[in-house]
Design a protein around this ligand. Structure first.
Ligand SMILES: Nc1ncnc2c1ncn2[C@@H]1O[C@H](COP(=O)(O)OP(=O)(O)O)[C@@H](O)[C@H]1O
Ligand SMILES: [Mg+2]
Length: 435
């Protein structure tokens, strides 16, 4: 039959026990190496996949086979299926990318290759590199892309932020004062620099407060969404990150704000969302101001999931000051409601009452509440033709149609605070919960 004794032995053994999948996979793997046995390979792998439809290694092999046979559509279908099931091998990724490229879909090819490299930053492939890696830099004019939109001069300050008095005080003490009195700090040999990290449930004002911090000291505000940076193509993530720091250094004083900073240090389990090692290292050395100083730059990071952050971020001189931004208390909620309703038609609103009834609401939840109430008012005004101001009852009524968004966060956070609370990092969460 075969001209290789081993193949004959395997195929005889298989005849004796045709249900033995391990044996058939072994035969299939061997046959794959002989182009003259292409048909036998296909025959056996089809039987195998009928017996074991989820045999991913076999599918991976079949995919490679299709690629060699130039059966690109079949190859792509299998590759997509394996990727979906998170069972595509590294080589499989490369093959899938190349299949797309051969089919003329280079955008898709690039995405797949990028994903492969995020999963394994050391991965390279000459053919794909030539197609994508080199050109990426030339096509991109970073400065052009950045100047507008990401940098602004905020027109809000601390007085526009309701509640959060403790957090404001900490920001003042830990980054505003050192910036304003850099000389004094230097005389006492106290190092300035590094950043602060704001964490807490979503919608409680991390971004808003950071912007107000810039307004407070009449500085510019540069908002860096890390997920945007990481979406960029290969190698350009580092370049783009560097450009943000340069932009900040040219525009001092400023607040350089990194939103969703956990995207950088995400654990391997959600590597799809996270950066490679080189981006993290680039970020840390920019932060350390290794090559150029970060004088006049306030660096603020924000995250809803501080537990995903690499501990390297918390070393001295980096994000060594970690501040919990809690949901507003009753007084805070009163203030936020007043701020949000400042320019809207209202009639004797009992802020305290609304604040007390909105348990677990974040600032963003209060915003949503007002939205709902106003929509109702509008509907009515259109009906009757008479616009009426917003009243306490309208707000109280809207509470039923909006669920507070901080509860789920605390369920997760509590677990980390109780079981992964290295050096008391999350004590603030526990003391908040005990209130
Ligand atoms: N303390 C606050 N004072 C005033 N408005 C707030 C406050 N907290 C939240 N908000 C409102 O909620 C919105 C969402 O807050 P944001 O800062 O984006 O939350 P986070 O960044 O923590 O997810 C803000 O744009 C602001 O309008
Ligand atoms: Mg935010």
């Amino acid at each position: 039959m075969y001209h290789i004794p081993e193949l004959n032995e395997l195929s005889e053994a298989l005849e004796a026990s045709p249900q033995n999948q391990t044996l058939r996979y072994l035969l299939v793997k061997k046959l794959y190496n002989f182009s003259e046995y292409k048909e036998q390979f296909e025959h056996h792998i089809q039987i195998l996949l009928k017996q074991a439809p989820n045999h991913y290694q076999a599918k991976d092999l079949l995919m490679k086979h299709y690629f060699q046979q130039q059966k690109l559509s079949a190859c792509i279908i299998l590759g997509e299926e394996l990727m979906e099931a998170q069972n595509l091998s590294q080589e499989g990724y490369l093959i899938l990318a190349k299949s797309y490229m051969k089919e003329g879909n280079s955008e898709k090819a690039r995405d797949i290759y990028q994903e492969a490299i995020i999963l394994d930053p050391d991965l390279t492939d000459e053919e794909l590199d030539n197609a994508f890696r080199v050109g990426a830099f030339e096509e991109f004019d970073f400065d052009d892309e950045m100047d507008d939109g990401t940098m602004e001069k905020p027109n809000i300050n601390f007085s526009d932020v309701g509640g959060l008095e403790d957090v404001k005080r900490e920001i003042d003490l830990k980054i505003i004062k050192p910036l304003a009195h850099a000389d004094l700090y230097a005389q006492y040999g106290k190092k300035v620099g590094g950043g602060i990290l704001l964490y807490g449930p979503p919608g409680c004002g991390k971004t808003y407060l950071s912007k107000a911090t810039a307004g407070q000291i009449d500085a510019k505000f540069i908002n860096v969404g890390l997920n945007d940076i990481l979406d960029m193509w290969l190698g350009s993530s580092e370049q783009k990150l560097h450009n943000f720091f340069s932009l900040a250094r040219r525009n001092t004083p400023c607040v350089l704000f990194f939103d969703e900073i956990d995207a950088l240090g995400a654990k391997r389990s959600d590597m799809r969302q996270s950066a490679g090692k080189t981006v993290i290292n680039q970020f840390l050395s920019e932060l350390d101001g290794v090559e150029t100083s970060n004088e006049g730059i306030l660096i603020i990071g924000a995250t809803n999931c501080p537990w995903h952050l690499d501990p390297a971020f918390r070393r001295p001189g980096r994000f060594d000051r970690i501040i919990f931004v809690p949901p507003p208390d009753t007084k805070g909620k009163e203030e936020i409601l007043k701020i949000l309703l400042k320019n809207k038609p209202t009639d004797q609103i009992d802020y305290l009452k609304v604040a007390k009834k909105t348990k677990d609401y974040s600032g963003a939840d209060l915003e949503a509440l007002i939205d709902i109430a106003i929509e109702k008012k509008l509907e009515k005004a259109i009906e009757t033709g008479v616009p009426e101001p917003l009243r306490t009852a309208d707000l109280l009524q809207a509470i039923d149609s909006h669920k507070p968004s901080t509860v789920d966060w605390f369920t997760t956070a509590k677990n980390y605070a109780m079981f992964a609370n290295q050096s008391g990092l999350y004590d603030d969460i526990l003391s908040y919960l005990n209130k």
